[in-house]
Design a protein around this ligand. Structure first.
Ligand code: PPE
Length: 311
């Protein structure tokens, strides 16, 4: 599992840099009580031509969409947020990192309705290795179908990357780890396979790649990346609901996510997936993904924002 958080020097808070240890909020911060924060998870890779953020504009757009769903007014424009992200990486002199912007309803009134409490934004960066372990990335992980399901489509709005949604993810993750598995797979309110606690899911069966449609799941940026990479390689991808027994008999399965990247799934509920090791399509797409984040796929040069471009 991931080791303890590795601190960097500075965190951007609402327009100014503060020392890592000084990045504090009041304990009566609205979002801390009611789960009303919206956030992003982004990676900056050490690409061949220098450090570059992967799909920055897509992540910033999703942050604003998350805020829009919750009717939170962002205190900065999209361009300013993108600039602040790049500046936070530069200030911390870090070559590769995970980036965590968080917009939250700040201190002011208490009670569910936040009245005029201001919305604040913070951006932190830190080194983060493979989310589900180096070993998992290479050889695949063991997954358990969760007894907790994703919220109903008309409940907590999972298209918004809202902190509140992660209470559901944590319940599932704890249960899976406690039972000796590496990750949880959540079903949707109708019982179909939805996603992991922090990842989207794909299966491969009889040569067709399948991923659940955008109903009860987060609109993953890695998911969309993989769909494009697959199509370019002549692989057929469909967005279609599937059941847990279809997952059991898949030839291959894998998770996608900014933190998890492309992590093969080698077992679900103690049933081997395919040969019980990462399959050829998974490995091909994982390779294509790592090529693109490192700038080796010229078709997708626009997916990278170099932190020192033009300097
Ligand atoms: N579903 C969920 C529920 C989710 O949290 C993530 C990202 C995804 C799918 C994949 O989305 P994308 O990163 O855009 O491909 N989870 C983030 C948080 C992980 C955490 O533990 O914190 C992430 O991967 O950054």
């Amino acid at each position: 599992m991931s080791p303890m958080l590795q601190a960097t020097e500075k965190i951007w808070m609402n327009g100014a840099f503060v020392k890592w240890d000084d990045a504090r909020v009041h304990v009566l911060t609205h979002s801390l009580h009611y789960g009303t924060g919206v956030f992003e998870g982004i990676r900056c890779y050490k690409a061949d031509a220098g450090s570059a953020v992967f799909r920055l504009s897509e992540h910033v757009n999703r942050l604003f969409e998350s805020a829009h769903i919750l009717q939170m007014e962002m205190p900065f424009a999209r361009k300013a947020v993108s600039e602040a992200i790049l500046e936070t990486i530069r200030v911390n002199k870090i070559e590769a990192c995970y980036i965590r912007p968080l917009a939250y309803i700040s201190y002011g009134a208490m009670g569910i309705f936040p009245k005029e409490n201001p919305v604040h934004l913070s951006i932190a960066v830190w080194p983060w290795g493979s989310y589900l372990g180096e070993e998992g990335l290479k050889n695949g992980i063991r997954v358990k179908i969760s007894s907790f399901s994703r919220p109903h489509v008309n409940s907590t709005m999972v298209r918004s990357k809202t902190t509140a949604n992660y209470a559901n993810s944590l319940l599932a993750k704890r249960e899976a780890l406690k039972n000796g598995y590496d990750e949880a797979m959540l079903l949707d309110g109708d019982g179909y396979v939805a996603e992991g606690s922090g990842e989207n899911v794909f299966i491969v069966r009889k040569g067709v790649i399948k991923t659940p449609p955008l109903t009860s799941i987060l609109e993953g940026i890695t998911r969309e990346t993989v769909m494009q990479l697959a199509a370019e390689r002549g692989l057929r991808v469909v967005e279609e609901r599937f059941t847990r027994d279809e997952l059991y008999i898949a030839d291959e399965a894998f998770f996608t996510g900014t933190a998890a990247e492309i992590t093969p799934i080698r077992e679900v509920d103690d049933r081997k997936i395919g040969a019980g090791k990462p399959g050829p399509v998974t490995m091909q797409l994982q390779g294509a993904f790592f090529d693109s984040v490192h700038g080796r796929d010229k078709r997708h040069a626009d997916w990278l924002t170099f932190i020192n471009a033009g300097k």
